[in-house]
Design a protein around this ligand. Structure first.
Ligand code: NA7
Length: 531
């Protein structure tokens, strides 16, 4: 490893994904000497790493677009309502070129350590390949779902066939022809890849631990005429997203489930079910996510939809969720997912009932059976939000490691900063959101804050411990009795064995969060200590 000369910077962003690219743009706009250090060999973040067959958006493409540049909105044409990974990767590369970001991006630069120097109020950063930087501000735009999670199943190293985590998919296409393939995991990723692999392989075995309320994506091509219409409505699209709890374009129906007759309810469910994207979730009755009884009526509607599409009633029953409510976990949006189980070459194994015991050199063994496999695909999710942060050696005031600071669970003020780690901002998705909408909001907040500091001669900013505690209590109080607290989920870290339950997500919603950002900025970054 060759150690390079230290780059002296105003700001260093970690990660060249959707957030990091826009954050760099904002910092350059206010005249900072800023860089991105990106672990991958190319830009794109999520849309660089997740190259598995079927990887695609679950937000409408045009509502996921960056909104900051009218010229970009005018010139970019989306080809589908929910575009796939290749188009998103092209889009982000276009953005990097168009706004001349590339010269400030260092690729293959995985940050190994970041140490805060209290004498100078600067971060000393080093990458795994020996690149070094000294920076006033450090911004971890390391993504919400980026640290991939491989389950701790005995024998996992012994498998002699090909194996892949979906988020570390090879650049060359994987040939499934004539092969026996196994997929572990039926979250959003599994649900996207399973129909694609089933079409190509000799035999597919799906190992499902928990079924989900997978709902139709409703993707369709966008004609040039439709794209023109979308362009004309961009201001309204983004205004709608700003008002929406998840930053999406689907507003809830103001009525409650019980305001209507059973017939009207059924007709309404059919209507939202037929609409694309998350209309069937966020566009539902206003009490869907607050009233368990109301939610259960919808769950039964969805189970009926599943049963209608799966020929074998026993298989259909296994695919019907029974232990959680609709929307308690992020809803996987699917295209011909359930029909896949009608194929002769597809087998569903319920590893909730018959748990995986071990991976063997030639396949997988559950308590009661063995499965011979040539390829094993792990669609087993992520150590969300903080996963990439805690994989680095980050040390704050007094040399305290971030892992020690968060030993009882990660906390942050506004999802952006934590006491004891000055001049360090996190942008890992502080709330459940249409991702680009949140990314723009946090990047603008952070660059606004840095600009304010320069204007007022501040060199150091840090979350006030009391403000952080109050924020965490408030965020936790919002989750009490929520349907989301009934399940193990990546959103609170309970999907990762041993990970302490964190409290970084703000479930009051995107619209409420935008107001908080505005108020905090207007009050001179209230809740942060500036020196
Ligand atoms: P998810 O939603 O976390 O799904 C991971 C899946 O992997 C889920 O079905 C898990 O079952 C399963 N899993 C994890 N570990 C195991 C073991 N040890 N045995 C069996 N099954 C296991 O990740 P995704 O990548 O699908 O989606 C992440 C987000 O990406 C998604 O929400 C979208 O926003 C985009 P479990 O449910 O825990 O029983």
């Amino acid at each position: 490893m060759t150690r390079t000369p230290v780059e002296e910077l105003d700001a260093l962003v970690i990660g060249a994904g959707v957030t990091g690219l826009y954050q760099l743009y904002c910092l350059l706009q206010i005249g900072l000497d800023a860089r991105i250090y990106e672990a991958g060999d190319a830009i794109g973040g999520t849309w660089y790493w997740n190259r598995y067959p079927g990887a695609r958006l679950d937000s409408e493409s045009w509502s996921y677009a960056y909104s900051f540049s009218e010229e970009l909105l005018r010139d970019w044409n989306w080809t589908e309502s929910f575009v796939g990974q290749p188009e998103l990767e092209r889009y982000l590369n276009h953005v990097a070129d168009r706004f001349e970001l590339r010269p400030q991006i260092r690729l293959g630069a995985r940050v190994r350590s970041a140490i805060f120097d209290e004498a100078t109020n600067r971060w000393q950063v080093e990458t795994e390949d020996g690149r070094r930087a000294s920076t006033r501000f450090l911004i971890a735009a390391t993504g919400l779902l980026s640290a991939h999670h491989l389950p701790d199943i005995p024998g996992i190293e012994s498998f002699q066939g090909e194996s892949f985590h979906t988020s570390r998919w090879p650049h060359d296409p994987v040939n499934f022809t004539g092969k026996r393939v196994g997929v572990i995991g039926t979250g959003s990723t599994g649900v996207q890849i399973i129909p694609e692999v089933a079409k190509e392989c000799a035999h597919l075995t799906v190992f499902q631990r928990t079924p989900n309320y997978c709902s139709p994506l409703g993707n369709s091509p966008i004609t040039p005429e439709q794209m023109d219409e979308i362009k004309a409505t961009y201001p309204e699209v983004f205004a709608t997203c700003r008002q929406n709890v998840g930053g999406f374009i689907h507003d809830p129906d103001p009525r409650s489930t019980f305001d209507v007759t059973a017939e009207e309810r059924e007709a309404f469910y059919e209507d939202v079910w037929g609409q694309p994207g998350f209309a069937k979730w966020f566009g539902n009755f206003s009490d869907l996510m607050t009233n368990r009884e109301a939610n259960e009526i919808y769950c039964e509607f969805v189970r009926r939809k599943i049963r209608e599409r799966v020929n074998d009633p026993e298989v259909a029953d296994k695919l019907c969720p029974k232990n959680h409510h609709y929307g308690a976990k992020r809803i996987p949006l699917e295209t011909r997912y359930y029909e896949t189980y009608n194929r002769d070459n597809v087998l569903l194994v319920d590893v909730g009932e018959d748990p995986i015991e071990r991976i063997t050199p030639t396949g997988l063994k559950t308590g009661s059976a063995s499965y011979e496999l040539d390829v094993l695909i792990y669609a087993t999710g992520f150590d969300a939000a903080t996963g990439e942060v805690t994989r680095m050696d980050i040390r704050g005031v007094g040399g305290r490691p971030i892992q020690e600071h968060w030993a009882d669970g990660a906390t942050m003020y506004m999802g952006l900063g934590t006491a004891g780690f000055p001049n360090l901002f996190f942008e890992n998705g502080a709330l459940f959101c249409n991702f680009t909408r949140c990314a723009e909001a946090s990047a603008e907040f952070v660059s606004g804050c840095i600009d304010y500091m320069r204007e007022h001669g501040f060199e150091r900013i840090e979350a006030d411990p009391e403000a952080e505690e109050r924020w965490v209590e408030h965020a936790e109080s919002l989750t009490v009795n929520r349907l989301t607290s009934d399940v193990t989920n990546w959103a609170d870290g309970t999907n990762i064995p041993g990970k302490p339950k964190g409290a970084i997500f703000y479930s009051a919603g995107f619209n409420a969060y935008l107001k908080v950002c505005e108020e905090v900025a207007a009050k001179g970054y209230e809740g942060f200590r500036l020196e």
